[in-house]
Design a protein around this ligand. Structure first.
Ligand code: UDP
Length: 250
């Protein structure tokens, strides 16, 4: 499991202060425990081995998977297992201020944590000396693209027929306008007090990624974690539905 806590630490100073505001409507009209509208489709690209498209709110994210295939970079090769590589990329037109094309610190970080969040789910030992390559393209961003990318990548891995313990689902929770909320919008992400993206394997309950930015009391942290886990469970059902829609069956 990866745990990255950034900015300020978790304190105890504000215990219980969020309870009264739990029922307040959010700027986009959602309840505190409500996801944005979600759409997941598997197998959207002809030329990739597996692919998926995810919309959550105004986020639009594509994931493509190649592999398992032979790895030619000898220094990366593992004799007893495959490696999983990920490239997360934001299109220049995906954000309000045009994004300069190419990798930057943020995309390198998100690529790394995405691969690490997916790693525990994949039976890598079945494919020695190989690589599985994941490409995530953010076409439109509205807060929460790392979670949307992980969610899409899992479905693309399943679509590629890669054996997995479970499909990893990802969702953030956090605190905005004094309230602990599920699935932060871009405004809540930018203006809010804290952001807690997680990824998990719902079948086992294993959390494969946990990051935090901002400040939460320990009570708020627990509430946010519960909300993020709830969000992952809902997203997980939609992932399974997407695979069923593509391949049929129960
Ligand atoms: N964002 C942006 N320009 C950038 C990077 C991010 O406008 O160069 C916006 C985008 O909507 C993104 C949000 O800021 O979803 C939050 O970014 P963060 O780094 O917290 O990652 P995310 O929430 O997308 O996982």
């Amino acid at each position: 499991m990866i745990i990255i806590l950034t900015s300020k630490s978790i304190g105890d100073s504000n215990k219980g202060s969020l309870v009264a505001s739990d029922t307040k409507k959010r700027p986009d009209g959602r309840a505190f425990d409500e996801l944005r509208p979600l759409k997941i489709e598997a197998g959207v690209l002809e030329r990739a081995d597996g692919s998926a498209y995810v919309e959550i709110g105004d986020n639009k994210v594509l994931a493509a998977v190649y592999g398992p295939r032979e790895l030619h970079v000898r220094r990366l090769l593992k004799p007893n297992m495959a490696i999983l590589r990920c490239r997360y990329n934001m299109a220049p037109f995906s954000v309000e201020d045009r994004k300069r094309p190419g990798p930057d610190r943020r995309s390198v970080e998100i690529s790394k944590i995405t691969a690490e969040a997916l790693n525990p789910a994949v039976f890598l030992e079945k494919f020695p000396r190989s690589t599985i390559d994941i490409f995530i393209e953010v076409l439109q961003a509205e807060g929460g693209t790392r979670c949307a990318g992980i969610t899409a990548a899992s479905v693309a891995l399943a679509d590629a027929g890669i054996p997995m313990r479970d499909m990893v689902a990802a969702c953030a929770a956090g605190k905005a306008d004094g309230q602990v909320v599920m699935d932060l919008s871009e405004w809540e992400d930018k203006e809010g007090e804290a952001d807690l993206p997680i990824a998990m394997m719902p079948r086992t309950g294993d959390i494969t990624l946990l990051q935090m930015d901002g400040h939460l009391t320990s009570d708020e942290f627990e509430q946010a974690l519960d909300l993020a886990i709830e969000g992952c469970k809902i997203i997980s059902e939609a992932q399974k539905e997407a695979i069923k829609n593509r391949y049929g069956g129960d």
